[in-house]
Design a protein around this ligand. Structure first.
Ligand SMILES: Cc1cc2nc3c(=O)[nH]c(=O)nc-3n(C[C@H](O)[C@H](O)[C@H](O)COP(=O)(O)OP(=O)(O)OC[C@H]3O[C@@H](n4cnc5c(N)ncnc54)[C@H](O)[C@@H]3O)c2cc1C
Length: 491
């Protein structure tokens, strides 16, 4: 009789566990035995790749047997080798200094294509109805009594193409080696394993892949995005709602040399009642747009010819919400109409972004916006990271950063479990990950949701109150500093 392998697993789901696999047990005993892994990560987005790089880079966890399963061909998600600085992907994110620090610690940042990353040092945010404004930069946020030390940061965030983040993390993983990659391979099903004579997998998730392979996971990580199959298989509920808003994105070229000068770049966000419009700096005179608006308006913007689309983006930062309401109803001719209206609208040139001169062909797209939060990030032999655990409105540019924070925290939790001889898949060992990340992400989800609601109001007493609040925070250096350090990921 073959020796029975002791895997040290929980033989049954603990009665206190909040998560049950909503799956059938592997019926067939004649099928080939699954290959056994310590960690199987489903999803090779920024969160999953960061987790795997963190595990491989840490001395305590680099001996674990790990696998990545990703449905897409990740080669297509890499930065094109011939990419030039006058063309950028429309999928960009602002990485906080805390996320960059994590990428440095796992040895990935040195692989980043820095020429395509734009740090920015200032943010101008204002109310499109009342023009009340708040400006964020580290120097104005600090109280005069404690001037900035040379070691303190001046960068608010780094604009980076998602493809650059993916390429950076993949390069680091290639350098580290040791991850079994199943790319362009989907998870077909997840079942609980069986207790055979040789090995007891009865509490282990066993994944069947589209290539026919079968993997058993001591710990299954769902880094598989907002519609997470791992979350569904684990029976973890995810609550929330759709915002009835779409984020319109585009890669833009600005007039002249761009704004703010090479060492001082500014990000702009104007809150309109239909949603915020944001212009974020990329290298040179390039910029990326995220305009959150109603699905109808998003469809309208996408249908416009380039000259009218450009005029609408310029108007989004300059004209009144009433003007914009009208412009969205026009079947065509926005450019001419806006040129006329702008002549009659006073605005301070230095408080708004440079004019858009050109929109990169094929980059105008939109994404539905939603808020979701899983009831828990952990279950017996399951952990969720990134958008699989939470999906947030992009108005504060936090989604990808939250995923980086999750990945770093899960690496710490697994490291601790390994060092203390715990079973890395047990709910007990995973609890510190859940408690560390859940409350923090929940607070950020709440803030972004409330900001969205607060600024969706176009008239009434709330409009006056919110403007007073914005001006008050703007005038209080320490309070502003507190908000900035929270948004920067606690640097
Ligand atoms: C308009 C817009 C602007 C944004 N701007 C910012 C910003 O400025 N800053 C910021 O921090 N965030 C931003 N975000 C959010 C950010 O893009 C996401 O939070 C982030 O990409 C999520 O990363 P992830 O790795 O968790 O998931 P994903 O990137 O969604 O990756 C999930 C992966 O899982 C794979 N997968 C799914 N199912 C399976 C399966 N069955 N089998 C195998 N593989 C599977 C998918 O192919 C995918 O590669 C923005 C979002 C939007 C919509």
């Amino acid at each position: 009789m073959p020796p029975r392998i002791a895997l040290g697993v929980h033989r049954a789901l603990s009665p206190t566990s909040r998560v049950q696999f909503r799956v059938r047990r592997c019926a067939s005993t004649s099928a080939a035995s699954p290959e056994i892994y310590d960690v199987v990560c489903v999803g090779g987005g920024p969160a999953g790749l960061s987790l795997l790089a963190g595990l491989r880079a840490s001395g305590a966890t680099q001996g674990l047997k790990v696998a990545l399963i990703e449905g897409q061909d990740l080669e297509k998600n890499r930065l094109p080798k011939d990419a030039t600085l006058d063309s950028f992907s429309n999928r960009c994110s602002s990485l906080t200094p805390a996320s960059v620090k994590n990428l440095q610690e796992i040895g990935a940042w040195s692989h980043a294509n820095l020429s395509r990353i734009q740090p920015y040092q200032e943010m101008q945010v204002w109310d499109g109805v009342t023009d009340a404004r708040i400006s964020f930069d580290w120097d104005s946020a600090r109280p005069l009594l404690s001037p900035r030390k040379p070691s303190q940061p001046t960068t608010i965030a780094y604009m980076i193409e998602n493809a650059n983040t993916t390429t950076t993390l993949l390069s680091r993983l290639e350098e580290l080696g040791g991850v079994d990659m199943f790319l362009a391979t989907k998870v077909d099903s997840i079942d609980l394993g069986t207790d055979t004579e040789r090995v007891d997998l009865s509490s282990w998730p066993v994944l069947t892949l589209s290539n026919g392979k079968s993997l058993a996971a001591r710990l299954l990580v769902g880094a598989d995005g907002a519609n997470s199959p791992v979350r569904t298989f684990a029976g973890i509920a995810s609550r929330g709602f759709d915002y009835d808003r779409h984020g319109v994105v585009a890669s833009l070229k600005l007039e002249g040399e761009g704004w703010g000068g090479p060492d001082h770049k500014i990000a702009y966000q104007r809150f309109l009642p239909s949603g915020p419009i944001a212009m974020l700096p990329l290298p040179g005179n390039m910029a990326t747009l995220v305009w959150s608006t109603t699905p109808d308006r998003a469809a309208k913007l996408k249908s416009l010819p380039p000259n009218d689309f450009i005029a609408m983006v310029n108007a989004g930062f300059r004209l009144s919400p009433t003007d914009l309401d009208y412009l969205h109803t026009m079947p065509s001719g926005q450019e001419e109409e806006i040129a006329w209206r702008e002549k009659h609208t006073p605005f301070k040139k230095h408080d708004i972004p440079m004019r858009v001169a050109h929109v990169q062909q094929g980059t105008v797209a939109s994404f539905p916006l939603r808020m979701r939060h899983a009831d828990t990030y952990t279950g017996e032999r399951v952990a969720l990271v990134g958008d699989a655990a939470h999906t947030i409105h992009p108005l504060a540019g936090q989604g990808l950063n939250q995923g980086q924070g999750d990945a770093a925290a899960l690496v710490r939790t697994i490291t601790h479990a390994v060092q203390t001889g715990q079973d890395i898949g047990s709910i007990l060992a995973l609890e510190s990950y859940n408690s560390e990340r859940y409350a923090e992400n929940n607070a950020m989800l709440g803030v972004c949701d409330k900001l969205h609601r607060l600024y969706s109001v176009g008239s009434g007493p709330l409009v006056g109150i919110r403007s007073l609040g914005l001006r008050a925070v703007d005038a209080m250096g320490p309070l502003k500093g507190f908000f900035m350090s929270r948004a920067a990921g606690g640097v």
